[in-house]
Design a protein around this ligand. Structure first.
Ligand SMILES: C[S@@+](CC[C@H](N)C(=O)[O-])C[C@H]1O[C@@H](n2cnc3c(N)ncnc32)[C@H](O)[C@@H]1O
Length: 388
């Protein structure tokens, strides 16, 4: 069955068996669906429930995404759910949950969807695949919810897998823009400043910053850069760009900077038009393929001999204490998401320690210098590179 989303009428998804039976008190349902704490609680219980199902059905990790999907469907069928595509939908998408959901979701209420669907993602991740939500009924113009099972992204040894797919991540920074600085941004300043202090920019240089966030590093760049330096700041989040724009509102700064809302893998900017690419705490939010694609874009933007500076959480720290801290971070990564989400409007950190050196080499950069710093005690690596 296909339902056309119609704004702004509140949406009542089709109910079959009733995942949240309508008899449930509306107040309780509202608490679970509409509040961050409620959603976090549901997510916590569901993810644990997913693990319990895998155990009780004696499920095993599979070699391919297809096999993982089959195993997942076996378990869902085993508990009376029907994971086959909706009749007549004409897609291969799975209809699990959505055909049973009785939550009254409003336009754009993707966080409720995230929380409820995390059970499937949790199960699939353990079986050897990932769940990608391609379309949601709560998105304008959507005709139905569409879930795809995809192969797990490539992960380098020692790195943690990202906890959500790219499309889901996109909304998180819009939501976090109001408090991001207090949660993360100000903690990133020492590492960013160390990186910027060691960056040598020629007079009149053109600099592009990928993932500008709230503009803390951009403001430092504007303060330090020689006269005539011009900046292009790229970010995918509209709200983060608004914050950054406000931060550099002084006319002498604003006149030197331009904002572009785009994905860092395809900025749409002219090739070989920059002398420097700066990026902090962006590449460590990407899986390996997206990281390589972003480095490819950075290389495309740079002139030959141009320089790059990439700040990331360090996946290969030097000292014993740093190694312990990285392990600690990795152990907690994703695990504490329900608490983060309950406290911070559905936001949880995406960054995690990565091993960047090899990817830089593979992308046509020569490392000229590596510095080390910390963010709230966790090791950070600053890579200075030259485009070869
Ligand atoms: C962790 S914040 C870092 C912000 C800033 N560089 C700093 O150090 O304070 C990451 C920023 O990258 C942006 N971002 C995430 N994925 C992106 C993508 N694929 N393309 C462009 N920007 C992206 C987010 O919107 C967010 O503003």
């Amino acid at each position: 069955m296909i339902r056309q989303y119609q704004e702004p009428t509140p949406l009542r998804l089709q109910t079959r068996a009733g995942f949240f039976p309508p008899a449930r008190p509306a107040k309780l349902k509202r608490f679970f669906a509409r509040t961050h704490a409620g959603r976090a609680l549901v997510e916590c219980v569901m993810r644990a429930g997913g693990r319990a199902l895998l155990w009780s059905f004696n499920a095993r990790p599979q070699q391919t995404a297809q096999a993982a999907k089959a195993e997942w469907e076996r378990i869902l069928s085993g508990i009376g759910l029907d994971p086959r595509p909706m009749e007549g939908s004409g897609t291969e998408a799975c209809a699990t949950c959505f055909s049973r959901c009785s939550l009254e979701l409003k336009a754009g209420d993707t966080s409720t969807c995230d929380a409820v669907m995390s059970i499937n993602d949790e199960m699939l991740a353990r079986l050897g695949a990932r769940m990608v939500i391609a379309e949601r009924l709560t998105e304008p113009h959507a005709t139905r919810c569409v879930v795809r099972v995809a192969a797990k992204p490539r992960v380098l040894g020692g790195e943690r897998e990202l906890w959500c797919d790219d499309a889901t991540a996109e909304g998180h920074f819009d939501r976090a823009s109001g408090f991001y600085d207090f949660l993360m941004g100000y903690f990133e300043v020492p590492a960013n400043n160390l990186a910027l202090r060691s960056l040598r920019l020629p007079a009149g240089a053109c600099v592009v910053e990928l993932g500008v966030g709230t503009g803390l590093a951009l403001r430092s760049l504007l303060k330090r850069a020689p006269e005539g330096t011009r900046f292009v700041a790229v970010d995918r989040s509209r709200r983060m760009i608004e914050k950054a724009r406000q931060r550099i509102a002084r006319p002498e700064w604003a006149a030197r900077a331009e904002f572009v809302r785009a994905d860092a893998v395809a900025t749409g900017l002219a090739s070989e038009s920059f002398d420097c690419v700066f990026s902090s705490f962006l590449l460590d939010q990407f899986d390996l393929d997206k990281r390589l694609a972003t480095l490819g874009e950075a290389r495309r933007l740079l002139r030959t001999g141009g320089v790059g500076c990439f700040v990331v959480m360090d996946g290969v720290p030097a000292g014993t204490l740093d190694r312990v801290m990285t392990r600690l971070y990795n152990a907690g990564y994703a695990r504490w998401n329900p608490i983060w989400k309950a406290l911070f409007a559905g936001y949880a950190p995406h960054c995690r320690p990565i091993c960047l050196a090899e990817s830089l080499r593979a992308s046509g950069f020569t490392e000229s210098r590596r510095l080390r710093a910390h963010i709230a005690g966790f090791p950070v690596a600053i890579f200075h590179v030259v485009r070869t």
